[in-house]
Ligand binder design. Structure first.
Ligand code: FAD
Length: 473
């Protein structure tokens, strides 16, 4: 189905926007625009009459104020790593936060860092480390994904089981609301019980309730020891039992617990240069576990204890413990390269879903059984953040298979997977958001009262529906 397109922006509005942004503050250069108008998997491409490049919150307020006055639609964009199409404009003004990339303050006594929305996650990590602290959110797109995008998608990643999602890591937000007014909510408080929490409304709003311009982020102590291993398990059922054991054995020090299937391992080794199978026994499933502790040597000791117990109890069949930082990185590359490795195999129908941790194995079993019966030859690659209940359940056609099967998979496969997820008390979007890709489908799973409430909130803040009009309800 073709995506809806926003009405053309009148030329005089474009001229007024250019004038208020000034030289360097906008672009219509096709070469400059091109990388911002396609998504990294080439699933969406877009158009815009103008790329706005504000440098300050005041610039953003002026742009949004003019858009509100003239009923002009705007799509905010950070690093353009979103996976559901929400950052790609279809005729709207494209507002990039790339020039708002300053770290405003790192306050170690408060354990807080205030950064602008265009700061990348990698730059935020560096700024925290330079002050002797750590910002724990971790994901494979960290070199490009920005704080504004991470907040707007309520990003998750690999450390959610210990630190939570972005929603748990943001103490304050500065934003320009759809009226063009600036809301300075850059508080640094861990306790603030003064009514509705506007910051939480903006987190996960995917650019529909305003433009995030800066945020106060929680910092944590640097960890003194870290142990990474890849473990062989017979099934996702064993992986889940192992997770429970690991939490008990380490006193909650499991930093990441990621699942990789046999197919996923084979695709990574085949399609990504320089990667090797970590376990010679080639088990059907792998768990990448990372344990971290504030105490020197404690992570390694916990891992050793866990491996002894897990082998004895038959929870794991094999184990490779990283002996150096380089080896730990190589193990992580096998996990983080899963999407890139699949990309070389042709289309994959991806499902970013979550279910209660206790139901993960049941979900994988039931979904795979149904899809394999319905589409003989499909290849299932289920992997991801099972430590927090999030599975990237990806379905590839048979190697070199025919395009009709792919179409059928796209049209009906998602409903099969998502209906099952919902029946298990799960979510059809664990961490990527809805964007333009999943909004209509998600509406079908929400109750009338939930949709009406969401629409009432949006209409109250953005009566002209100028902010990312094609995204969410
Ligand atoms: C290789 C790879 C791995 C990934 N792994 C993960 C993962 O493990 N976990 C995870 O959660 N995600 C993951 N993602 C998805 C993506 O990185 C996240 O959704 C990220 O939060 C998007 O940030 P961004 O700056 O690129 O935002 P964009 O893609 O530019 O925008 C995303 C959405 O946020 C809105 N937006 C952006 N900036 C602002 C702002 N300042 N104010 C208001 N709205 C704004 C946009 O309009 C859009 O709706 C991955 C992506 C890739 C490519």
């Amino acid at each position: 189905m073709p995506e809806p397109v926003s009405p053309p922006v009148p030329q005089d509005v474009v001229a007024r926007l250019k004038a208020l942004l000034g030289e360097g503050g906008w672009s219509q250069d096709p070469e400059r625009l091109a990388p911002k108008l396609v998504e990294w998997r080439d699933r969406w491409s877009g158009t815009t009459p103008l790329l706005a490049l504000p440098r300050t919150t005041r610039d953003v307020a002026a742009v949004i104020g003019l858009c509100a006055e003239t009923g002009t639609a705007v799509t905010p964009q950070g690093g353009n790593t979103g996976l559901v199409g929400g950052q790609i404009p279809q005729g709207e003004i494209l507002l990039s936060l790339e020039r708002m990339n300053h770290v405003r303050d790192v306050a170690t006594l408060d354990d807080v860092m205030v950064v602008e929305a265009g700061v990348t996650l990698a730059a935020a990590h560096e700024a925290a480390l330079a002050a002797g602290r750590r910002f724990p959110l971790s994901l494979a797109s960290e070199g490009s994904a920005t704080v504004g995008g991470l907040i707007s998608t309520n990003a998750g990643g690999t450390a959610v089981l210990r630190y939570g999602t972005m929603r748990d890591l943001v103490l304050g937000i500065e934003a320009v609301l759809p009226s063009g007014e600036v809301w300075n909510g850059l508080k640094r408080l861990r306790k603030d019980n003064t009514g509705y929490d506007l910051k939480q409304l903006l987190i996960g709003a995917e650019g529909t309730l305003g433009v995030v311009t800066a945020a106060a982020l929680k910092l944590f102590p640097i960890l003194a020891s870290r142990a990474v291993a890849i473990l062989g398990v017979e099934s996702p059922h064993d992986a889940i039992r192992l997770l429970a054991r690991a939490k008990e054995e380490t006193g909650g020090a499991v930093e990441a617990f990621e699942l990789v299937s046999r197919l996923g391992m084979e695709l990574a080794v085949k399609n990504l240069p320089g990667l090797r199978e970590p376990l010679e026994t080639r088990p059907p499933w792998h768990v990448l576990i990372e344990i971290a502790s504030g105490e020197p040597g404690a992570a390694e000791a916990s891992l050793e204890r866990l491996l002894g117990a897990a082998l004895e109890e038959g929870l794991i069949s094999d184990a490779a413990v990283a002996q150096s930082e380089a080896q730990a990185k190589a193990f992580w590359a096998l996990r983080e390269g899963q999407s890139a490795a699949q990309k070389r195999e042709g289309p994959a129908w991806k499902h970013d879903v979550s279910v209660p941790v206790s139901r993960i194995a049941d979900f994988i079993d039931a979904a795979s059984r149904t899809l394999e019966e319905r589409f003989p030859g499909v290849r299932i690659d289920a992997f991801g953040h099972v430590g927090d209940g999030n599975i990237h359940y990806d379905v590839l056609g048979p190697a070199g298979g025919d395009a009709r099967l792919h179409d059928d998979l796209r049209d009906t496969g998602a409903h099969i997977v998502h209906d099952l997820v919902m029946s298990l008390g799960g979510s059809i979007s664990a961490e990527h958001g809805l964007g333009t890709m999943k909004t209509a489908e998600a509406a079908g799973y929400k109750s009338a009262v939930e949709l009406a409430t969401a629409r009432a909130v949006r209409a109250a803040l953005d009566p002209g529906r100028i902010m990312n009009p094609r995204v969410l309800f």
